[in-house]
Ligand binder design. Sequence first.
Ligand code: SAH
Length: 220
Amino acid sequence: MKQAIKYQVITLFPEMFEGVFGSSMMWKAQKDGIVELTTVNLRDFGLGPRRQVDDTPYGGGDGMLLMIEPLWRAVEHAKAQDPSAKVLLMSPTGDRWNQASAQSYSETAHGYIFICGRYEGYDERIMQLVDQVISVGDYVLTGGELPAMTIIDSIVRLIPGVLGGAESAAIESFSDGETLEFPQYTRPEEWNGMHVPEVLLSGNHGNIAKWRAAHSQKAA
Ligand code: SAH
């Protein structure tokens, strides 16, 4: 059997991942041996009796930064589990993630290590170990955990065998980079006076395809 691809997340809040990794498609992809989703608790690499992981920035400024030593050791630990893994750092300053990124990451044979920043960020020297810095959008979150979850979910669902039919991912929004999916309906045919478009009930596949094409929008 093919070896499961490893996704390791370095975080101070591993419990945040329990729900996401333990539900739905992410759970199924692990059960089927397609991926292995694990967390590395940055606190385990903290310094001193209080397992310190953060300190104030040189040059002054508000807030705290993740210190280089615990972060470095956590990445080395994750690399030891999966030497060919690529290291991804979550940051609003990074390359913007999109569906094309998810598609290309879903086609690779190696694993990924995600670094979740916290507080005001991280000591820049960690860049020495980072392959790519990734942003999920032009806004600032309190940590890299939600970005890591978003990115992992968007990749894993595209790995062959995870979603039901290959069709479901092939025709959905952004699969060609710009088209948004057409409106969809399920039972009942009428709800509070609102009807399902007649053509979708017709069984005429040509007309249905035309209607769907006409009702697919282009992303702005
Ligand atoms: N001071 C930083 C923001 C820190 S937010 C700045 O101004 O750029 C704390 C952490 O949350 C970041 O280190 C990063 O890991 C994560 N984060 C916040 N917003 C993000 C985004 N849009 N994309 C990816 N990671 C993000």
